[in-house]
Design a protein around this ligand. Structure first.
Ligand code: PHE
Length: 351
């Protein structure tokens, strides 16, 4: 059989189909074109189907041979199409990814980071110092009874601090008078009532007073109460603790000075000053030329306070109380206490 003859026989036809498909696939450069090849050659009306149909008219021997070749060619074409499709799909996907690529190399816009309020930072710093000195931390209610706010603390009925001018009264409907605590000292009595000594405790918390609000006064502010109740506690323990605190808070070289003062719940009582950390005691704007800055009130717990919590009046202990805003004011050189509560970000971010 000559090649020409073969070319027109069914086997030659199949070989020609195979060649055409491989050529068409070779030039196809999109999955769409491959799909066209697939439909036109493998479809019901395609050349392979036509050869299949013509098998019936062939002698048995030849029908078998041609059938085998037809199957092999179909398998080959199917595999070639599948390979080409897979290759084109992956290169098309890469092209798409490349085209749709987002430039994420620019620095994004950072959301502004939050931070703790300067008062919170100062409060935490103060509490940390006392925890380092062996004190524990307790908190108590802002809405407090008249009893714990005053009576338990040896503050008599006619004491000036009890007048309506100084304290906010809260109408709870209960017969017992309630107040917004004007100081954190009620927690001295509450802690002592909760169990026998020793107690080494600091109590941070919000307090409220009916004060005219100005650069140096707020109607609501924070205090930190501290007290030590144990056997053999003396005034020098108080001074040592406050000196250790003041030096850690404001600087190692600070001096601490105490002035006689009066609080109903301590005897003796003292106002505690530290040498001005801004001018080292020579006198400047921060200390208003005094060289000293008053930072807290303190004293030895009054026997009447021990009596009211059921302790032996010969128990010993010291107590102190400081205003957090006042300490923060000196630490951050703030001239107006109100700025701590105005929520002006320019102020808050600069502290
Ligand atoms: N409670 C007092 C005040 O608010 C401060 C203080 C506390 C003084 C403890 C002595 C002892 O001013």
């Amino acid at each position: 059989m000559s090649p020409e003859t073969t070319a027109v026989g069914p086997i030659g036809e199949l070989e020609a189909i195979e060649k055409q498909v491989l050529e068409a696939l070779g030039t196809a450069d999109s999955t769409g074109q491959v799909q066209e090849v697939q439909i036109s050659y493998l479809g019901r009306k395609g050349p392979l189907a036509r050869v299949g149909k013509s098998l019936g008219g062939l002698p048995v021997e030849e029908r078998r041979t041609v059938g085998q070749v037809a199957n092999r060619v179909r398998g080959l074409i199917e595999a070639a199409i599948a390979d080409k499709l897979a290759a084109l799909e992956s290169s098309e996907r890469e092209g798409r990814l490349e085209a749709e690529r987002l430039d994420i190399t620019l620095p994004g816009r950072m959301p502004p980071a939050g931070r703790l309020h300067p008062l919170t930072e100062v409060l935490e710093e103060i509490v940390d110092i006392f925890v380092g000195l062996g004190f524990q931390v307790a908190e108590g209610p802002l809405v407090e009874t008249d009893y714990y706010s005053f009576q338990a603390l040896n503050i008599p009925q006619d004491h000036a601090a009890r007048s309506m001018q100084d304290t906010f009264y809260v109408d709870t409907g209960a017969p017992e008078p309630f107040v917004l605590r004007p100081h954190t000292s009620p927690m001295q009595a509450r802690v002592m009532e909760s169990g026998p000594p020793p107690h080494y405790m600091v109590v941070p918390g919000v307090v409220a007073r009916r004060d005219e609000v100005d650069a140096n006064h707020l109607a609501q502010f924070m205090q930190l109460e501290g007290f030590a109740v144990d056997t053999g506690i003396s005034f020098s323990d108080l001074k040592g603790v406050l000196e250790a605190f003041a030096r850690q808070m404001f600087g190692d070289h600070l001096k601490v000075r105490m002035h006689p003062s009066y609080f109903p719940f301590t005897e003796p009582s003292a106002e505690v000053y530290v040498s001005c950390f801004a001018c080292d005691g020579s006198g400047c704007a921060t200390c208003r030329g005094e060289g000293w800055i008053e930072i807290l009130g303190a004293g030895m717990i009054h026997p009447n306070v021990f009596r009211s919590v059921g302790y032996d009046p010969s128990t010993t202990g010291f107590a102190f109380g400081m205003g957090i805003e006042r300490i923060a004011k000196f630490k951050y050189s703030v001239t107006d206490l109100r700025s701590f509560y105005e929520n002006d970000l320019r102020f808050l971010e600069s502290r």
